[in-house]
Design a protein around this ligand. Structure first.
Ligand code: GN1
Ligand code: MG
Length: 389
């Protein structure tokens, strides 16, 4: 599917109407629909000001089926974006424009507006110019940059007060609960689709005793709770159009208390495989070690100073866990009748689930190699540090 569609007719009019609610000056030139997220509706609107300058903005509707308390999500996003702006300004002595999303004020004084006729709550962000996203990685540089960007993001939010950020989706990465929910959907089988997924259900049942490993460790205080991004798929990082250097992390709705391992795990899921998450030819779906190695290097370059040993020990496992978890979520949504993820055809969620479970199998086979690589990297940071002293 193309990433953006030029809007015409009623959609263009709608974009102009929504844009008109925000602190944007100039004349509306055109709008586009951006299609690479599964959850929110996103438009880009271009305006020309009196001096002829063209500026683009992102207008986004928050999906209130997925986010039950959108105003709470916005309070989180406001705090996170302002905290990062504060930190970047202090570090560099100036506002590092473009490195972080900025929310534009809306009519009425908030950073969002509720428009019942337009489907609910909308917000407006700056468009990060000169950047693009990838749905799959093409080379090791992109994998390194994604790892570095999300690792740096964790560092940027590390000194926020976790009590200030509310859980936008409770138990978002609780894989054991996700699996229980799947079993509930199998039992209900509202669409009569359970018969299509027997092989997948069998595979998942065989893995069931591994689902609560990280939440159990967290409950025992063995892994620290941090503020994390929680949706670190590769297309949530904007890379410079020319150099592919990471510029900005986006999609901040799920930033909430979590485990650093979830963020690394979701990167392993989306930045180590050359196939898209809905590729039907499963022979293409596998973890590529060179991508994994660069991803781990980028991530650890940004985080090695603060990660604990228990986090380091579970990095490879987290890749398997989060990949399996999203397989579980796609399968659940298929059984429920495609209520959560946007789909383009009736079996889309089943195709995605099969794809992700194939990837999970591939990761499972490579776990020892992956963890060995991580351990080698960690050792090298320690040696460098000693030498530097
Ligand atoms: C959704 O919004 P998007 O497309 O970046 C989902 C993630 C899944 C991802 C699968 C809030 O992310 O959890 O991993 O699809 N976001 C939410 O591609 O559920
Ligand atoms: Mg996204």
């Amino acid at each position: 599917m193309p990433h953006s569609k030029h809007a015409t007719g009623a959609v263009a009019e709608r974009i102009a109407r929504i844009g008109n609610q925000f602190a944007i000056s100039g004349d509306f030139l055109y709008g586009e629909e951006l299609c690479n997220g599964h959850i929110n509706t996103t438009y880009r609107a271009c305006y020309r000001s009196e001096d002829g300058l063209e500026e683009r903005y992102i207008l986004q509707r928050i999906n209130d089926y997925v986010f039950k308390e959108p105003a709470q999500v916005m309070r989180n996003v406001e705090k996170v974006t302002r905290h990062i702006t504060w930190k970047l300004m202090r570090r560099r002595g100036r506002c590092n424009a473009g490195q972080i999303l900025t929310l534009y004020p809306a009519r009425g004084g908030r950073s969002y507006i509720v428009l019942p006729d337009e489907g609910g709550m909308w917000r407006c962000y700056n468009n990060i110019e000169g950047t693009h996203t990838y749905d799959v990685v093409e080379n090791t540089r992109q994998a390194y940059q994604a790892g570095y960007a999300f690792g740096s993001f964790q560092e940027l939010v590390s000194d926020m007060n976790p009590d200030d950020i509310k859980e936008s989706i409770p138990d978002f990465h609780n894989t054991a609960k996700r699996y229980e929910k799947l079993l509930g959907s199998v039992a209900a089988d509202v669409k009569g689709r359970a018969a299509d997924c027997q092989a997948e259900l069998e595979l998942l049942a065989g893995w069931a005793d591994r689902y609560s490993k990280l939440t159990d460790m967290q409950a025992r205080g063995e892994i620290p709770t941090r503020i994390t991004h929680n949706d670190t798929k590769i297309n949530n990082v904007m890379l410079d159009e020319e150099s592919d250097q990471a510029v900005c992390v986006i999609d901040l709705d799920t930033v909430m208390p979590g485990l650093s391992l979830y963020d690394f795990g979701d990167m392993v899921r989306t930045a180590t495989c050359e196939a898209e998450e809905d590729e039907k030819d499963l022979s293409k779906v596998k973890l590529e070690m060179p991508f994994f190695e660069s991803l781990a290097e980028g991530y650890l370059d940004a985080t090695n100073e603060f990660l604990t040993q228990s986090e380091i020990d579970n990095l490879a496992f987290a890749g398997w866990l989060i990949t399996t978890e999203i397989g579980i979520r796609f399968l659940t949504d298929y059984l429920d009748g495609d209520l959560y993820f946007r789909t383009e055809y009736p079996e889309h969620n089943l195709v995605r689930a099969r794809n992700q479970l194939k990837l999970a199998q591939s990761i499972d086979e490579k776990l020892p190699r992956m963890q060995r690589y991580i351990n080698r990297l960690i050792k090298s940071y320690k040696t460098q540090y000693k030498k530097a002293r």
